[in-house]
Design a protein around this ligand. Sequence first.
Ligand code: FAD
Length: 801
Amino acid sequence: SPRVVVIGAGIVGCSLADELTARGWTDVTVLDRGPLFAAGGSSSHAPGLVFQTNPSRTLTEFARYTVGKLGGLELDGAPVFRPVGGLEVATTPERWADLARRHGLATSWGIEARLVDPGECARLHPLLDPGAVLGGLHVPSDGLAHAVPAGEAQARRAIERGARFLARHRVTGVAQAHGRVSGVETDQGFVPADVVICAAGFWGPDVGALAGLTVPLQPLAHQYATTAPVPALAGAVQEASAPILRHQDADLYYREHGDRIGIGSYGHRPMPVTAAETEAHENSCLPFTPDDFADAWKQSLALLPGLAETEVSAGINGVFSFTPDGMPLLGEHRDLPGFWVAEAVWVTHSAGVAKALAEWLVEGQPRTDVHECDLHRFTDVQLSPEYVAGRGAQQFVEVYDVVHPLAPPAVLRPLRTSPFYPRQQELGAVFGESGGWERPLWFEANAPLAEGLDLPDRDPWASRWWSPTVAAEALATRRHGALYDLTPLTRIEVTGPGAPDFLQLLTTNDVARPVGRVTYTLLLDAAGGVRSDLTVSRLGEQRFLVGANGPLDLDWFRQHAPDDGSVQLRDTTAGTCGIGLWGPRAREVLQSLTPTDVSHAAFGYFRARELFVGGVPVTALRVSYVGELGWELYTDAATGLRLWDVLWKAGRPHGLVAAGRRAFDSLRLEKGYRAWGIDMSTEHDPVEAGLSFAVRQDKDFVGKEALERRPHDRRLACLVLDDPATTVLGREPVRVDGRPVGHVTSAGFGTTIGRTVAYAWLPASLGDPGTAVTVDWFGKPLAATVAAEPLVDPSGARMRC
Ligand code: FAD
């Protein structure tokens, strides 16, 4: 098996050694600059609370695996995990409502949970004042992980299989040979390796730098204090019996340490540890700053009055990692094959992450969808020190906040703007953010169009980051037409003599068609899972424009590109811009601006041409993600503003408006167009996702064999909520006869049909139209029915005219 070096013997390094050796990769050396196994990193100081429920299905899955694994492990006869349960309490109506939403998330991701009243909260956690809370969310399988023993127990299993753990080995360099990693330099000498995994915790950026890699995480200190003995806990024989407790309204959490209480706080000012400082820190434990803890103590007395009989006796400002989006960093260095990272991982997710990474290394890919954790999910502008520090600190601030799923990030904006930005501002755009790009959600200038629309009421949660103007923009698109800013969508130019064969092998549909054709196609991974969906436009014999989902697609292309120079790849996103001109009047508008014949006969559906529009050179694709006649029009960033202006001027007499992403989503849901990463991922195959039409059996492509062997036992089903006045937003559990059977992926109000459309994963047996289901909304079951799709214009006549 390959020689593997893991840098860091914290919980992640130990778990990786276990998961790799269990899969037959037994030549594993784990190096730590500290002693074993309390090596001095964050794991040495973590109180180890494992709350599994998370908005991210992937993180919940990782946590569930960690609980299952650690729950079965002992070190010298002592368990390393204590399943005391988890209790999150609410002291405000907003939090109480949010706990109902989190109950839904837990149910969606298969974690058993229940909402409990104040009396039950106090029964579960006797220190708690029932008068201080409105209720709680109880997850019986949550619990306490003892991070150091849990690491050691996994290390011992790995050592039995042949792994080595070397204390006091500090990695000082990363060596490479023949374009690959070849080992690490340490203060004790050179250690050769075929694979190096950086699991160095918050020192990750320092170790990454040794390999020329930016590891985008920000180390921040977080306060953890323990009390002197609490009289009410006197005589406690166990280390902990009450559930781990979260009081998120005050940014606090608690656990028992015998007759003492441990208190963690996220309520204090962010305390970033700069890159220059991290190297100097021998461990992750900085001196406690009592002033920063004063409010946490006050809030704790209100929730747990028995603490008045004691005092804070010890505390630390413990350091760990925060990424710009709060997710871990997993994957292989783009420019140094063999150098991997497993960074910014909580104890909670450690075993699940290690399993996924071990699968990735040994089997070629993880079985869990990890796109949210992929090291390469960020674009270059998101890798600046300012961005990483600013967004990392914001993650710290928001860690326990009630965050609306559609709320855009609040800091470090605008970062990237399209050439249309000034016009969008003039039109009163309300902006969201995507991949660092400002993206209009809707335009206040269109508000008058919403007056008089007969829209069902929306509840306050569903009304956030939404406006009746969204519906007006969607209707205006179907009636007349609209301009949509497509700039943030990733565009990749694939050129060279090898380009047709290269794309043909990577994608499921036939893309090597005549020049001028556009093809919707999929990328599958080797296991037949949907890795992405693309439009591939053949602009020349050896020139293709690929509309992709993000930086991960370029990465996939790079990994598979032949190394003989026959294929060139170029991400043209930032240097170009795009407008979706969609709606029944799109042709009249476009024709008035171009000498090229854009009639259906001359410029057919799913065709591409290069033409001039109002004097601007444009690549025009006759495709539409909203289900209307129209074109995607791409040009250089420098000519973008002119393109917007000429289209706007020509379009206004036809009733054309500017429309935002929320209208776009409403329209695409009505047409059944899937969003990769939300509706489907590598865990699903094209048959299950309803995309068989994009798979050609008469050609070879990556993932084909595996696809044939898959059971296709799930369906991405289209649900329509029965009551027009009900709405869901995504990730809610779906039930049949009260029993959870699946979860919603994306959802939105379909303006044309006057109901909410929700896509949901269901067992194949329940995916047929007519099946009655319910969708949980803050604990309330909303009636819905599986519908035949698409809901609008099934024949596609509106687009093919
Ligand atoms: P670490 O444990 O930091 O291990 C990294 C190791 O790399 C270190 O041992 C270090 O010595 C070694 N290393 C670094 N550089 C080098 C080098 N150049 N050469 C050799 N070795 C090197 N998580 C939870 O899930 N639940 C909690 O309740 C929780 N509470 C926390 C409370 C506090 C106060 C803190 C500080 C953290 C908490 N966390 C919690 C977060 C959690 O502790 C960390 O996310 C996790 O322990 C990180 O594990 P790791 O193995 O990646 O890193």
